[in-house]
Write a protein that binds this ligand. Structure first.
Ligand code: AMP
Ligand code: GLY
Length: 424
């Protein structure tokens, strides 16, 4: 089978790594990929939203399946584009159509979906320009802290946790009246603050059957001890020790089943991954958000734990017979530590030469923001590399990943040395 992966980050590197191991794979393409994905397949210089270019490439190279990494092309309708073109509609796209992608593309849509299907989540109300005054009055009736969420995609920055009423009111005005996050904040969801510990659960579905993939925990803050600014993710671990069998059974019963059932009931076709961001509140799961893709850097911890052939599962999604496919997961613990450019998530410099990657023996080095210039691998983004190790127990995995992250060099490299240590 010839497979084309869309995307260029650590997540897509992990997909490329895993798919390249399949005996079913003939050719692997990654568009646009990075300096590391070329060890698993052929990089293709195409933008993730260049649907026409992607379709032309897929036709010319007899691509049998397209795996979409990031949300942007999904929310913009890459799957719909393929379905509406006679000459490419036979090529399955893994990732939902636009309607299903609204689960991530619109917070208001996803909150309405959860409320319609009795899926536990924080209580909420949505406001826009027409009822901003009502929104300000609503804030006065709510407990603090309170959460404000821009309805649309805001590059991961659209969620504000406000500690005071004054702050909440001025932020609500800034979001709606002054377009703080552009069009994305023309509608704002105000929701209850949930106190607990977060984790991510991943589901693969063909729209009817589903497989629950390994769960993971992501470390979002830049600083050790979960301090400082939010980032795309500084590390991850899988499995999550506090997500035991009893907790995951609640997640499946109360959240996964009604989510898949709800999509079906609402007539929303869905073939792809669902990433459920959860808060564990005193042992009870609540949905914080849905994403319509895998997480980054969670994928780097999740996929290496899947022992079975991922191509087989994806084919089950494409053909609609996922039910009959089996899969197994390694009991080992995966830990991923992300190496970032100094200054990230603020301004940072790129073009720094990366060395000593070959000294890492007991971890996989997934490239994220890298590129090749004159035969050298240089930094080309905030998150540069994701170092993942798989070990028999959590403690060994934490030590190995942290040690291996330290073995690689580039100017102003930074990484957190405490990923996962809070869970021992
Ligand atoms: P989101 O973009 O929806 O993932 O939100 C970003 C982050 O804000 C989440 O990962 C949580 O840490 C936090 N967050 C979002 N909603 C809530 C909530 N209702 N209660 C507490 N924290 C929240
Ligand atoms: N790691 C969080 C995300 O991928 O959105």
């Amino acid at each position: 089978m010839n497979i084309l992966i869309i995307g260029s980050g650590g997540r897509e590197s992990a997909f490329a790594y895993k798919l390249s191991k399949s005996p079913r794979l003939r050719q692997l393409f990654i568009a646009p990929g990075n300096a590391g994905t070329s060890q698993y397949g052929q990089n293709v210089n195409l933008k993730v939203t260049d649907f026409e270019g992607i379709a032309a490439f897929a036709l010319a190279n007899a691509v049998d399946m397209i795996v979409v990494g990031p949300e942007e092309p999904l929310v913009k309708g890459i799957h719909d584009y393929f379905l509406t073109r006679e000459d490419v509609k036979h090529i399955p796209v893994i990732g939902p159509q636009q309607q299903g992608a609204q689960l991530e593309g619109s917070k208001d849509f996803s909150k309405e979906f959860m409320s319609r299907h009795n899926i536990p989540t924080a209580s909420y109300r949505s406001f826009d320009r027409s009822n901003l005054e009502e929104g300000l009055a609503y804030l006065e009736t709510q407990k603090l802290p309170i959460v404000l969420k821009a309805d649309g995609l805001a590059a991961g920055k659209g969620v504000l946790i406000c500690e005071t009423l004054e702050d909440a009111k001025s932020e609500l005005k800034a979001m709606i009246a002054d377009a703080k996050f552009g069009e994305a904040s023309s509608v704002v969801v105000i929701e209850e603050f949930l106190k607990g510990i977060e984790l991510s659960v991943f589901v693969l579905t063909d729209g009817s059957a589903y497989k629950v993939l390994p769960s993971a925990k992501d470390y979002k803050r830049i600083g050790e001890g979960d301090t400082g600014l939010n980032t795309g993710g500084m590390g991850s671990i899988s499995p999550v020790p506090f997500a035991d069998e009893a907790f995951l059974a609640k997640v499946e019963q109360r959240i996964i089943k009604p989510t898949i059932g709800g999509l079906k009931e609402d007539g929303i076709p869905y073939k792809g991954f669902i990433f459920i961001g959860l808060m564990n509140v005193d042992g009870e799961p609540y949905v914080i958000e849905y994403n319509v893709r895998m997480g980054d850097p969670e994928t780097e911890s999740v996929l290496p734990r899947i022992e079975s052939d991922l191509v087989d599962l994806l084919e089950g999604v494409a053909k609609g017979d996922l039910e009959s496919r089996t899969y197994t997961v390694s009991p080992k613990t995966a830990v991923t530590v992300v190496l970032v450019s100094g200054g990230y998530p603020g301004d940072y410099e790129s073009g720094k030469e990366i060395s000593n990657m070959e000294n890492v023996e007991d971890s996989i080095v997934f490239h994220a923001g890298t590129k090749e210039v004159d035969g050298k691998v240089v930094t080309a983004g905030g998150r540069v590399l994701a170092v993942t190790t798989l070990q028999d127990n959590l403690f060994d995995a934490l030590q190995q990943a942290t040690a291996d992250a330290g073995r690689i060099f580039f100017e102003r490299k930074y990484f957190r040395k405490d990923i996962g240590f809070d869970l021992i």
